[in-house]
Design a protein around this ligand. Structure first.
Ligand code: ADP
Ligand code: MG
Length: 702
């Protein structure tokens, strides 16, 4: 009888080298995929499947299918067309198919003898004369050989250089054996039995076996949708693990200490009275939620969501002044230098009469100014420091940091935000944290991505705001658009002209903007035209923005640097070139630069035809809606949450099997299960998080 592994040789501690074929070299390569233990092998899940279980008669092939075919070689010849290629015609009595190779050698060509048996796997495509497969996987066989196919669907795993599909298949094959017979106790199910029953879930072992080796009768289509109960069980667990890891952060924070920030309200009240408007009910409501948090001896972790233009900066200023009244310092961080500069300017104006010392600090700060800022922050002379992420570098030491405010947080990653929690930690005490975003996300999603935060929503715009009128116009009517800009500006309005490029290259973006200025200056000699882009010196950008704000410029040509936060209420017209290249949430942000004053504003989306269907849909959403929540929801449908939340680029929130959009319906149950686990089975929480997130991405450890 085989030895039953001891509990200590559970799969989560059994190193992957216990598997046959894994020596130190392979182990190093597997580590790059995050695989260290046998458990990791089991949780390295297929990203898609291939159906090699059936051999399809050639007569029944259809364009687009991935299939196995088997037959005989009729003819092999080299064609010298636009590209040299080897064509191999094969048939099976029901029909024929052409295999096309662009890369081949003489020996390979010689192998395709007339009458030789062949089996291949690939995608069927409509060729010039017959159906084709381009570079199929193939195997030459004895033509008498009977038809043998795989007895389950073939999983395709995420792989990396040096680790092949076949290796991964062999490893999962071995790892799956640990789930059979005597071994079933080796892999703990961290979901308590009552939860599995209550949510009617497939057992963990059955789910793993199924997703690694789906039976012949499973449909590739339904598997690729991810809707099979086995996949849903695993997706549920994965979402639960992510959610729990953020709840851990929250739990830890709730035990941590923070300074009680409760002031006389003298500064705050004076500030509010000095504003040329009254706060909206929503702003007041969020203000009091924040006041309440700040007055507690535990660190606040609050997210304020509010559509573009809802007035988040004023709310931030009230929070900042409360901290200052209580004798603490505030750090306000913005994602771009331009926005940080603008906040600095607004705060300077607001606080001029209040005798509150402000400093500015960004990566580009140099020399004496930089020294002076660091000195003022370190001595406590500066009450509020405003800047970019440079504020959180090592050399910036605050004397008495009580509150950290992060504006437009969706531009920073989840990890970055969590890392900032530790900044300004003194002994056991941590600063309060207020994060603000104009990319509203549905509540259920927020639960997964922002589960460590309390949420407030500014759900109304200041009175008298008219939605921005949006029109979609093709580039061939550009002249017309230019003339309407002319007319608008001559009648006293101000306008933005936004140049976009798909290339991430800032250099190219800036060149495009410079070119546009030249062209527009040529056709609009009567207008005063300015330019801002990311490669200008800070002072240059700042003076451009100041001139535009003061009304000394009519038209501001800009790159997408003005996307977030820029606030010039008199600007009421925006032209966005090539809007089809941007995401919806980004366009909504950009468009939010107008419609900030009382006059009717317009936005022209000047697109380059022809539009793809997806781009057409996106622009239509923007034309028809001005509701940030609705737009964000549609954006996620059209581009996926990873793209919208910016987590795809940073590699955060990369799921093995879950899909935030597809599995949104699971999230309610995930939240319930998380609470239950934390209350009744706290010991299961960390192993579950580790199983899915690994050691490196355990948010709880940040
Ligand atoms: P966002 O939420 O996009 O960051 P801002 O804080 O930049 O919005 O505010 C947008 C504009 O609305 C600013 O010009 C600001 O002064 C103004 N504003 C803020 N609150 C109010 C209010 N209650 N009534 C009128 N205007 C307001
Ligand atoms: Mg803002």
């Amino acid at each position: 009888m085989k030895k039953v592994p001891e509990p200590s040789s559970q799969l989560d501690t059994l190193p992957v080298t216990a598997l046959k074929g894994v020596g130190p070299r392979v182990a190093t390569r597997l580590e790059r995929l995050g695989i260290r233990t046998v458990q990791d092998v089991l949780f390295h899940l297929p990203m898609r499947y291939e159906d090699r279980t059936r051999v399809v008669p050639m007569g029944a092939l259809r364009h687009g299918e991935h299939v196995v075919v088997q037959g005989e070689v009729d003819l092999a010849e080299v064609r010298f067309g636009r590209r040299r290629s080897l064509l191999v015609r094969i048939s099976d009595g029901t029909g024929a198919l052409t295999l096309r190779f662009f890369h081949f050698n003489a020996a390979q060509k010689a192998g395709f003898e007339r009458g030789r048996g062949i089996r291949c796997y690939g995608e069927v495509r409509t060729g010039a004369a017959t159906l084709e497969m381009i570079h199929p996987e193939y195997q030459l066989i004895d033509s008498q050989e009977s038809i043998v196919a795989e007895d389950h669907l073939t999983p395709v795993y995420p792989a990396t250089g040096g680790v092949h599909q076949l290796t991964l298949r062999a490893l999962t094959e071995q790892a799956l054996r640990y789930l059979d017979g005597d071994h079933t106790g080796c892999l703990a199910d961290w979901l308590p039995a009552e939860l599995v029953t209550e949510f009617k879930m497939t057992s963990l072992l059955a789910a793993l076996r199924y997703v690694h080796r789906p039976p012949t009768n499973a449909l590739v289509e339904s598997l690729s949708e991810g809707s099979h109960p086995a996949q849903q069980r695993l997706a549920f667990e994965e979402l639960l693990a992510h959610h729990l890891s953020l709840r851990r952060v929250r739990q830890r924070a709730s035990h941590a200490a923070a300074p009680i920030l409760k002031g006389s309200r003298k500064l705050v009240d004076t500030y509010i009275k000095s504003l040329p408007f009254v706060l909206t009910a929503a702003q007041q409501c969020v203000n009091s939620e924040i006041q309440h948090d700040l007055a507690r001896p535990h660190p606040m972790a609050r997210l304020v969501q509010g559509d573009v233009g809802s007035g988040k900066t004023v709310v931030a200023a009230c929070a900042a002044l409360t901290a200052v009244e209580a004798g603490y310092q505030v750090a306000l961080m913005a994602p771009t230098e331009l926005l940080a500069e603008q906040h600095y300017r607004s705060f300077s104006e607001w606080l001029a009469a209040l005798d509150v010392k402000l400093v500015w600090h960004a990566g580009k700060s140099k020399g004496k100014a930089r020294e002076a800022a660091l000195q003022a922050i370190g001595s406590g002379a500066a009450a509020i420091a405003i800047g970019t992420h440079a504020l959180f570098q090592e050399e910036v030491v605050f004397a008495k940091l009580g509150l950290v405010i992060i504006d437009e947080q969706h531009r920073f990653g989840v990890h970055q935000r969590l890392a900032l929690r530790d900044k300004g930690r003194e002994g056991k005490s941590r600063p309060h944290q207020l994060v603000m975003t104009a990319t509203p996300i549905p509540r259920t999603l927020a639960m997964t991505v922002y589960a460590d935060l309390d949420t407030s929503v500014i759900d109304e715009l200041p009175l008298g705001r008219e939605p921005v009128k949006t029109v979609v116009i093709p580039q061939d009517r550009r002249e017309e658009v230019i003339q309407s800009v002319n007319k608008a500006c001559l009648s006293g309005r101000q306008a933005y002209w936004v140049c976009t490029l798909i290339e991430e290259s800032e250099v190219l973006q800036c060149q495009a903007a410079e070119k546009t200025v030249e062209l527009l200056a040529g056709s609009l000699p009567g207008l005063r035209i300015g330019l801002v882009h990311g490669r200008q010196k800070s002072a240059q950008k700042e003076s451009m923005m100041a001139a535009f704000k003061a009304g000394d410029l009519d038209l501001l040509v800009a790159t997408t640097v003005i996307e977030v936060g820029v606030d010039v209420p008199n600007a009421s017209l925006m032209i966005i070139e090539n809007p089809e290249r941007l995401g919806l949430a980004q366009l909504h942000q950009l468009r939010g630069r107008v419609g900030r004053g009382r006059q009717q504003s317009s936005c022209v989306l000047l697109y380059q035809p022809p539009l793809s269907d997806n781009a057409r849909d996106r622009l239509a959403v923007l034309r028809e809606s001005s509701d940030g929540f609705e737009i964000a929801r549609r954006d996620m449908e059209l581009r996926g949450p990873g793209e919208v939340l910016g987590t795809r680029q940073t590699g955060e929130m990369q799921f093995h099997i879950a899909d935030l959009l597809r599995d949104e319906s699971l999230l309610g149950a995930v939240e319930k299960a998380a609470t239950r686990l934390l209350d009744s089975h706290p010991g299961n929480v960390d192993p579950l998080i580790r199983r899915w997130l690994g050691e490196s991405v355990n948010y709880g450890e940040v």
